[in-house]
Write a protein that binds this ligand. Structure first.
Ligand SMILES: [Zn+2]
Length: 95
């Protein structure tokens, strides 16, 4: 297995004061198209992956029923991270 080398970068986090039941009305922060919501882990029913079929952006979405808010994190494109000067360092596995 290859070695993983991590770097840090800033990300934008957006929080909406809306009920978790309104999750289906969520739109893309970049182009305002409706988001396609996916639930990758059935054991975490408040966690979603939002994808935009119009512009291709991905979002991490948390909608807790008891909090009355939905937290949306834009997942940056790898190319954006590179152009921000955060260059991944690749190393050959030593195992
Ligand atoms: Zn979009």
């Amino acid at each position: 297995m290859g070695r993983m080398v991590t770097r840090s970068a800033l990300i934008s986090i957006c929080s909406y004061a809306m009920d978790a039941r309104q999750l289906g009305t969520l739109t893309c922060q970049c182009c305002r198209s409706p988001l396609d919501l996916h639930q990758p882990n059935p054991d975490r029913p408040d966690q979603f992956l939002g994808t935009c079929s119009a512009c291709g952006r991905w979002f991490r979405v948390e909608a807790k029923a008891d909090e009355g808010r939905i937290c949306v994190v834009l997942i940056p494109e790898v190319e954006e991270i590179r152009s921000a000067g955060v260059t991944p360092a690749y190393r050959r596995s030593v195992e």
